[in-house]
Design a binder for this molecule. Structure first.
Ligand code: SF4
Length: 189
């Protein structure tokens, strides 16, 4: 077809680009906010920062309709099965943001009850640093997710790691400063 004859109101593109554009522009966050980072997450949706500019302001506690899990705050070993259950209920394709030092590394809570990074138990796409991260930082994280979606194939590349359903830490505790022996699995550290 002679493109010179196409009228101005016709746009040609690829199906992949249209689908990814729709996905990136209508992200539906599922907030899992357990601590102070949750306050910054709420602020991100407020009028001052206006997450609606990125089409991602519809936060509902509704995993089956959500496609962006935002974990904000520390997660304990008792909470992990609940978080994994929520992740499993979400629709594919889905993405995960680990917001703040606690969700990504355990933060200052270097204790047996706190997960030292949710990525030991579930796939994470973007880590948002800070304690707490400011709303602008979270928005940058959401824009990073949008860039990931832009480059995704159709269907999505399917490079996700399988969910680790066994709820047990995969890290070794650090040596204790006072020389108190720590026993892990019958082994004295
Ligand atoms: S990273 Fe800092 S602000 Fe966020 S939950 Fe942990 S202690 Fe609170």
């Amino acid at each position: 077809m002679d493109t010179q004859t196409l009228p101005d109101n016709v746009l040609t593109t690829q199906l992949k680009k249209v689908v990814n554009w729709a996905r990136r522009s209508s992200l539906w966050p599922m907030p899992f906010a357990t601590a102070c980072c949750g306050i910054e997450l709420m602020a991100t949706a407020s009028s001052r920062f206006d997450l609606a500019r990125f089409g991602a302001e519809a936060m509902r506690f509704s995993p089956r309709q959500s496609d962006l899990l935002i974990v904000a705050g520390r997660v304990t070993i008792k909470m992990m099965p609940v978080l994994q259950h929520i992740y499993q209920q979400m629709t594919e394709p889905k993405w995960v943001i680990s917001m703040g030092a606690c969700a990504s590394t355990g933060g200052v809570f270097d204790v047996y009850a706190t997960i030292q990074g949710i990525d030991q138990f579930m796939p994470v796409d973007v880590y948002v640093p800070g304690c707490p991260p400011r709303p602008e930082t979270l928005i940058e994280g959401i824009m990073a997710i949008q860039r990931i979606i832009d480059e995704d194939g159709l269907p999505p590349a399917g490079k996700r790691r399988p969910l680790q359903l066994a709820v047990e830490p995969s890290y070794s505790p650090a040596a204790q400063p006072l020389g108190i022996p720590v026993t892990v699995g019958g082994k004295v550290l």
